[in-house]
Design a protein around this ligand. Sequence first.
Ligand SMILES: NC(=O)c1ccc[n+]([C@@H]2O[C@H](COP(=O)([O-])OP(=O)(O)OC[C@H]3O[C@@H](n4cnc5c(N)ncnc54)[C@H](O)[C@@H]3O)[C@@H](O)[C@H]2O)c1
Length: 433
Amino acid sequence: MKVGIIGLGYVGLTLVVVAASKGIDVYGVEVNAHIKDCLKNDKAHFYEEGLDNLIKRTNNKTLHIVDEFPLDVKYDAFIVTVGTPLKGGLKVPNFEYIKSAMLSIRNVYDGSELIILRSTVSVGTTRNVILPFLMNMCGKEENELLVSMCPERTLEGKAVYELTHLPQVISGNNAESVEVAQKIFRKITPCIIEAESLEEAELIKLYCNTYRDMTFAIGNAFCMAAQKFNVDGSKVIEHANYGYARSNIAKPGFVAGPCLEKDAYILINNMPECSSKEFILAARQFNESLEDMVVQWVQNKIGAPDDNKVIALSGMAFKGQPETSDLRGSSSVYIAEKLKAAGYKMNLHDFCALPEEMEALKLGTYFHDLYDACSKASLLLVLNNHKKYASVMSNASLLYSKNGFEILDSWGACTELYYSNDVKISTLGNMFN
Ligand SMILES: NC(=O)c1ccc[n+]([C@@H]2O[C@H](COP(=O)([O-])OP(=O)(O)OC[C@H]3O[C@@H](n4cnc5c(N)ncnc54)[C@H](O)[C@@H]3O)[C@@H](O)[C@H]2O)c1
């Protein structure tokens, strides 16, 4: 099979490489020069377990990174994997990249190839945006074209494994579209779920992520409510869940990253006004409000900013487990932006994020070493749950045991070992007690 993929970001690159490793002849195009340079050196532009090895194995064999799709290849399908971010400052999605992606195939697409949309979109986008665009492009009727929505549901940090193990949702505008999509994804993963319509496939993706968002919102809301009764919000959740299968309340924490920060908004974008919409929005906004609570905690602890007050922020990637270098949509970055706007000076650290990307944030001084980041700081905010905090922090209490130094261990990532009398540690569960 021969497949073209447009957009080699987190989703496109993992898919193109895994597909190539399964013997599909894949042609990938990408507009970002840095990404293409990395690939020339057999490397991904981000950290993802197992990905670089697969790139090495497949590059220039079944994996072809090209500037434009070669004209002499007969493609079975094109897969669109470009980003669908929210419009700057607004909470509405921007689907312009999808249109630009479809323009990039105009010289090689004749209306007979399947177009698979993999990006996350609002319900109805495949039928009402993609199909008319393609009809215009090749002058064919809707029922002559093959269009499919096959959403991506992998977890960053585990994408290479999950692409070949998760059930793949497929859909199509007609039976032939479904059949071609089946053929492609059967080569990649054993379990295929056929959605009843393009809209159902769009909704499945949005429900999966919004469900996670809302589940976490319950944990966060319970955590903050407990503190109003002077009860530790993390402990009450831990104890409510312990040995009691009917309680599975989420641990409090930031709900962030390039998908969760936007997918609830993509879902409600064109949803008619209704109480479901308000419910979904309230959950999303509650999760976002955690960032302001951290800023409030800082202000409570050290008061107004001045030149002698430095705050160390560690865990800038949007999550620590599975490990990722991805800074997009990270609550840690949003917290740093808010602290900077309030006038605080910051030292920044992360165990996995790339130094050049940390420096490009321009939110504070970047430190490779966590101890160095803390050495002149009054507070440390541990903002993701990277596994290294457990061991690194347990050896560090002496370094930090200076007057007034405090830590907000937002994920409870530091082990009890580290909880010495010298340093006061708060969690999201007791930050306002
Ligand atoms: N990141 C995830 O783990 C994840 C998981 C599931 C779904 N998704 C969804 O998948 C989509 C892609 O996400 P992502 O994280 O890979 O985004 P991304 O921004 O990392 O990747 C998109 C890539 O497409 C490239 N691009 C844009 N227009 C192009 C064009 N016309 N031609 C060629 N390349 C072009 C960009 O340069 C970029 O590298 C989004 O809709 C996202 O919501 C992401």
